[in-house]
Design a protein around this ligand. Structure first.
Ligand code: HEC
Length: 183
């Protein structure tokens, strides 16, 4: 959304001859607002920062309201999943550290073995997948694939495209977390 809202002011309707009012209109708006240009006749465009209009009328924010779908897992699997998750985050952290040191091969190996398609057995993924809604499985598989793609990119030795590929992995983390919870 544009951070500004434009309002056309029909000065003639507000005030008979328009002129004195227009002078005031140009000067007396709060900081951040400005009146610009001429529309047809004496009309002007008032530009208000969108913030001013939304203060006080916004409803509950996304943070207040939990819209994630609850996925019920047996408690031992909950433990298992959360421990996988903590390792996912640790892996991303190690990948970033290796990339910062220009050790792209090491970053690739961490990604492939801890997050990529080669990590699936150690995660017990096929066992867990049964309990997940289809869309959640798809995001999960998408994350593992993205991690393997990242590993290939990193092995090519160019940091910038590798970072871009890594952001596809983290986008999958974000997408799943936005949609699902297990408790
Ligand atoms: C297919 C879905 C999915 C994907 C993909 C996914 N997560 Fe999660 N993750 C979850 C769910 C569900 C939870 C539990 C959220 C809740 O119930 O509050 C969770 C929890 C976590 C936690 C909290 C662990 C704890 O012990 O509190 C971390 C950290 C985490 N994920 C990191 C990651 C990272 C990093 C990635 C990507 C590399 C990732 N996750 C990818 C679904 C996913």
């Amino acid at each position: 959304m544009s951070p500004f809202i434009q309002i056309k002011i029909h000065a003639r309707r507000l005030h008979g001859d328009g002129q004195p009012l227009m002078g005031k209109m140009d000067r007396n708006w709060p900081p951040g607002c400005r009146v610009t240009g001429h529309g047809p006749g004496l009309n002007r465009i008032l530009i208000l920062p969108a913030m001013i209009l939304t203060i006080g009328i916004s409803g509950p924010s996304a943070a207040d309201e939990d819209v994630r779908q609850l996925v019920e897992l047996p408690s031992n699997m909950q433990q298992h999943m959360m421990s996988n998750m903590r390792d996912h985050l640790a892996a991303i952290n190690e990948i970033l550290r290796e990339m910062g040191n220009d050790e792209l091969d090491r970053a690739a190996e961490i990604a492939e073995t801890r997050l990529g398609m080669n990590s699936l057995n150690s995660h017990g993924a096929s066992h867990m997948a049964k309990f997940m809604p289809g869309e959640m499985q798809t995001i999960g598989t998408g994350m593992h694939r993205a991690a393997s793609r990242f590993a290939l990119k990193a092995q090519e030795g160019y940091a910038l495209p590798a970072y871009r590929a890594l952001s596809e992995v983290t986008s999958a983390c974000v997408a799943c977390h936005a949609g699902y919870r297990i408790r």
